[in-house]
Design a protein around this ligand. Sequence first.
Ligand SMILES: NC(=O)c1ccc[n+]([C@@H]2O[C@H](COP(=O)([O-])OP(=O)(O)OC[C@H]3O[C@@H](n4cnc5c(N)ncnc54)[C@H](OP(=O)(O)O)[C@@H]3O)[C@@H](O)[C@H]2O)c1
Length: 338
Amino acid sequence: MAYKVAVVGASGNVGREMLKILADRKFPVSEVVALASNRTAGQKVSFGENVVLTIQDLALYDFTGTHIVLSSPGAAVSAEFAPRAAAAGAVVIDNTSHFRMDPDVPLVVPEVNPEAIAGYTKKRIIANPNCSTIQLVVALKPLHEAATIKRVVVSTYQSVSGAGKDAMDELFRQTRAILVNDPIVKEQFTKQIAFNVIPHIDAFMDSGETKEEWKMSVETRKILDPKIKLTATCVRVPVFIGHAEAVNVEFERDMDAEQARQILKSAPGISVLDQRRDEGYMTPLEISGEDSVYISRIRDDPTVENGLSFWCVGDNLRKGAALNAVQIAERLVKDYLK
Ligand SMILES: NC(=O)c1ccc[n+]([C@@H]2O[C@H](COP(=O)([O-])OP(=O)(O)OC[C@H]3O[C@@H](n4cnc5c(N)ncnc54)[C@H](OP(=O)(O)O)[C@@H]3O)[C@@H](O)[C@H]2O)c1
């Protein structure tokens, strides 16, 4: 069977990557529809090598007959349109934060909790987790199975593409302005991002943590295990694509660096590059465009019982967003929409 697929947010960073990945992985489509706001309706986007799609206005689109919607237009837009698409019979795989913690919406990373997809029938909506959460839980899952995780401390180094295409433009323009001595313009970030790091992603909460930090902890518990304690510090860095994370984990049972290395090497979705020498680790620049979550710098943490530290890097537009959504769609058609 082939499926009519609509990509909502098709002019954006994640939407364009979704179109590319659908074509690259030869997802069985009967038709692909590109949707965005009326600002870009009428513009063209590529689907694979030879097909050019004209973007249509989401507000005017009738979802009747559309099987699957891959969506990334921002939380407020998803909140409004996704129930409308679901009511018309489509299954919506949504990348925004809006539905993630809804108990009637599965939150899925196919390497971690593919069985949760079955819950899509309640609302015909499946949520894609936050980009930083996805790469983290891919790494934590096989380690948790082996030795049960008690507590995680994670610091993120998140690229500007995680904040959308306008944020990438801002890093480019500020960098150029500094080099040619022009004034700096700040619109997307609260502080200058060029030649700087900003410990602030998403809104501040009453607890003092940011919503991005809160998302990492609640989403990890929903996907992996409600008993895991997780504390995060999320930082925006002047990198275009690719999120990095310094991760420290405490286990209930024995775990050491060599055991962790062997477990991670054979786990799905993970590549280990961990050589204790110059250049023997991965950085965001090298993994842009890759599908794997890369793990490096695996080492014991002798300051706690059964402690482990590692470095984790992933392409936030691919595994952190578009690839994960397409993998969910692949499972959906294989196991449920046959
Ligand atoms: N980037 C990441 O790493 C990442 C990872 C996971 C989840 N997400 C989530 O995915 C969403 C989009 O991220 P992005 O990086 O792709 O942002 P982006 O590059 O800024 O693109 C936003 C997209 O949403 C569309 N859009 C905005 N308002 C709309 C409306 N009223 N109706 C229809 N379409 C509308 C835009 O269309 P126009 O061009 O017409 O305005 C554009 O296609 C966000 O919710 C983000 O949190 C992003």
